[in-house]
Design a protein around this ligand. Structure first.
Ligand SMILES: C[C@@]1(CC(=O)O)C2=NC(=C\c3[nH]c(c(CCC(=O)O)c3CC(=O)O)Cc3[nH]c(c(CC(=O)O)c3CCC(=O)O)/C=C3\N/C(=C\2)[C@@H](CCC(=O)O)[C@]3(C)CC(=O)O)/[C@H]1CCC(=O)O
Ligand SMILES: NC(=O)c1ccc[n+]([C@@H]2O[C@H](COP(=O)([O-])OP(=O)(O)OC[C@H]3O[C@@H](n4cnc5c(N)ncnc54)[C@H](O)[C@@H]3O)[C@@H](O)[C@H]2O)c1
Length: 296
């Protein structure tokens, strides 16, 4: 829920976004080691790369991308001028010539093409950051130019703190969301609101391990039983078979008897004590715990 702010935010930060580059053309100028890192970063985002750099100066990893990726178009020469900027959506310079970087950046600015000049912050429209990637999970660590090495050190801490299955959990939630959109399509309005509320409930009531272990059958059950009845069938409340059937049955509202309330109470208590015993945490609880424990 959006709370009306009491004061304006402090400035001095950068705008953090997950820029979508699928099918966009990125020009990389320079073929050294830094260039190869840049190429890798934009290939991960499915960009189309044009590389301009003399062949005799290509770093082996840059050469590898030229030789193995059909998304990389290579020109063995120096940057020629504005014609090289035709139909380009983003420019990354990684050259050992600050004056030439300056010239390329000003040509880009004339065309309003976003540009990064490696290690020359005043010329950059955006900075690179240190990155953690686990499947579709992407964490960007930026010190906003204050300490790139520190960004790298913090990245290592975050990597060590993340559970190994976090990427799988995110992937599964993505699959579940797209399946949900198939059975409950539409943008905006009540259906969208209901979808968002239900997905939020699934993410908060299932543990990270459970989300990571969610298979196709479990997703189908969630969508065919949980979604219509607005329940999340959180596995922690029906892990063993005796409670599973009873709780599922009772909570579905199909059994109408005087014993109903008592039975549900027992199931919930059992499930809750089980949850406490194993100390399982939902992703949001886990993140809160991890940030306190590891980054303190
Ligand atoms: C994240 C990462 C991505 C990447 O570039 O690939 C990155 N630098 C990385 C490493 C790194 N860079 C440098 C060192 C040596 C130690 C040190 O100086 O601290 C190390 C550490 C190492 O090599 O281990 C030197 C350096 N970097 C910049 C300057 C110029 C200046 O500050 O004026 C100088 C000094 C040159 C000099 O002194 O002459 C500038 C920038 N570097 C940035 C990003 C942007 C700000 C990011 C942020 O603040 O978060 C920004 C502003 C522009 C940009 O390039 O986009 C990558 C981490 C990869 C990883 O995760 O391991
Ligand atoms: N951000 C970082 O982590 C980081 C780390 C090291 C260096 N750097 C900086 O990045 C830049 C590149 O570093 P590197 O180690 O890859 O350098 P490098 O010297 O290995 O490679 C430079 C490349 O640029 C090419 N080049 C030079 N002028 C060109 C032009 N006009 N047109 C096309 N290609 C041209 C060269 O032929 C070569 O392929 C340097 O300015 C360096 O200070 C950044």
């Amino acid at each position: 829920m959006l709370i009306v702010p009491e004061e304006l935010p402090d400035g001095g930060g950068a705008f953090l976004i997950a820029w979508q580059l699928t099918g966009k053309r990125v020009l990389v100028v320079g073929g050294g080691e830094v260039s190869s890192g840049r190429i890798r970063n934009v290939l991960i985002a499915d960009a189309l790369v044009t590389l301009i750099a003399p062949a005799d100066s290509l770093h082996p990893s840059t050469r590898f991308f030229v030789d193995h990726s059909d998304r990389v178009t290579y020109h063995s020469r120096l940057f020629a001028g504005q014609d090289d900027l035709e139909d380009v959506d983003m420019v990354l310079t990684a050259i050992d010539d600050v004056e030439e970087s300056r010239r390329i950046c000003s040509l880009c600015r004339e065309r309003r093409i976003p540009v990064n000049a490696a290690d020359i912050p005043p010329l950059c429209d955006f900075y690179f950051g240190s990155q953690v990637r686990r499947g579709p999970l992407q964490v960007l660590i930026s010190t906003n130019g204050n300490g790139p090495k520190l960004a790298n050190i913090i990245k290592t801490k975050i990597e060590a703190a993340l559970p190994s299955n976090v990427g799988r959990a995110v992937e599964n939630v993505g699959v579940l969301r797209s399946k949900l959109r198939e059975i409950a399509p539409g943008t905006g309005g009540d259906v969208s609101k209901r979808r968002m509320q239900w997905m939020s409930k699934v993410c908060t009531s299932w543990t990270l391990d459970e989300l990571a272990d969610m298979d196709a059958a479990k997703m189908d059950e969630l969508l065919s039983v949980g979604w219509p009845e607005n329940r999340t069938l959180a596995r922690s409340s029906h892990k063993n078979d005796s409670t599973k059937n009873l709780c599922g049955f009772l909570a579905s509202g199909r059994l109408r008897s005087a014993s109903c309330g008592f039975a549900i109470g027992v199931c919930v208590t059992l499930a809750m004590s089980k949850k406490e015993q194993h100390g399982r945490r939902s992703p949001s609880e886990w993140l809160e715990h991890a940030s306190k424990a590891r980054l303190a």
